[in-house]
Design a protein around this ligand. Structure first.
Ligand code: ADP
Length: 313
């Protein structure tokens, strides 16, 4: 078997100070070459800290991380040459043009002038930024700036790409445009580690995901496998004025696997939607049922069933 593109072993990070925070509490991960791996979890789960250690921004308290086989803490310069990094923060040089941002990045990573110019032009073309090339970076929209950050991150041909909440704050159209580009990079065999708290993003982009909470991996696997692990094919969300007392009756219905409180009222997991929905409606009518949604369970459902909390809480 090929060695992992990213290997995280026994990672612990404690931020010091008067009230120390155990941000990462023993994380182990292996990401295979060419895989797109997602770290999914709520704010504060320790995702950015994990990526921070992988990308040499954060020093680990304990544990070992290798990227493309290189120990990131023992040999950060060589490790950095193998990785591209995009975060939700704009780290572009705002005083330069779009082309200059790409050119200087290529120069920084050791390309000669002519090679860097060629590569910058290739990136402008590939990321559909040609018409912005001589424009000032500070004038780019959020979506365009993020596209340029991605172009810059891959300009030195890294084998591993770290995307830390890359679409946070973007409008849906820019988000989709970025997903398309990530899909293209995947198809070229780039290994991607993505952090997100958008479960659709993890679900649609990742071959495997790890759901993290309080600095620990709760569960990991292919998204479809994690959803199947719920043992339920249908999620019924009930909007109720008065959920009190309804739960035991619903739990007793054949085909219902789980009932839990939700911000709307109650969430019901069932083996399938067959026959059970009318019975649920009949039971809920006396409890101020105002609306209901019948959907497939998502990775968020997996998170809720593991923690009892919403990802956005
Ligand atoms: P996530 O990316 O999942 O939102 P983070 O890794 O950013 O989580 O944060 C994990 C925990 O570590 C949080 O409690 C956060 O407040 C804390 N934290 C993050 N960065 C620092 C820092 N530089 N100093 C102190 N605490 C930090």
């Amino acid at each position: 078997m090929e060695p992992p593109a990213i290997s995280v072993q026994g990672l612990v990070k404690v931020y010091g100070g008067p009230a120390p925070v155990r941000a990462v509490d023993g994380i182990d991960l292996d990401v295979a070459p060419g895989e797109t791996f997602g770290l999914l979890g709520p704010n504060g789960a320790g995702k950015s800290t994990t990526v921070g250690v992988c990308t040499t921004r954060v020093r680990a308290t304990a544990g070992r991380v290798t990227v493309a086989g290189i120990d990131v803490s023992a040999d950060p310069t060589r490790a950095k040459a193998q990785m591209g990094v995009v975060t939700q923060f704009n780290t572009l040089d705002r005083a330069l043009t779009v082309r200059q941002n790409l050119y200087h990045h290529c120069r920084y990573f050791g390309m000669a002038r002519a090679g860097a110019r060629r590569r910058a032009d290739e990136m402008l073309d590939r990321f559909r930024l040609e018409d912005k090339a001589v424009g000032m970076t500070m004038l780019l929209s959020g979506g365009m700036a993020q596209r340029l950050q991605l172009a810059r991150a891959v300009a030195h041909r890294p084998r591993v790409l770290f995307l830390d909440e890359p679409t946070a704050g973007l409008d849906p159209q820019s988000r989709l445009a970025l997903w398309e580009i990530v899909d293209e990079l995947k198809a070229e065999g780039v290994t991607v580690l993505l952090t997100t708290h958008y479960m659709e993003e993890a679900d649609s982009l990742c071959n495997r995901v790890a759901i993290v909470d309080h600095g620990k991996v709760l569960v990991s696997g292919p998204p479809a496998e994690l959803r199947r692990s719920l043992g339920a094919g249908t999620l019924i969300t009930l909007h109720l004025a008065d959920p009190d007392g309804l739960r035991p009756g619903l739990e007793a219905l054949p085909g219902v696997t789980k009932v839990e409180p939700s911000p709307e009222g109650l969430r019901v997991l069932a083996v399938s939607a067959d026959r059970v929905v009318p019975q649920i409606v009949a039971a809920a009518l006396g409890h101020g049922l105002s609306d209901l949604a019948v959907t497939e369970p998502t990775l968020e459902t997996v998170f809720i069933s593991l923690t009892g909390r919403d990802l956005r809480d």
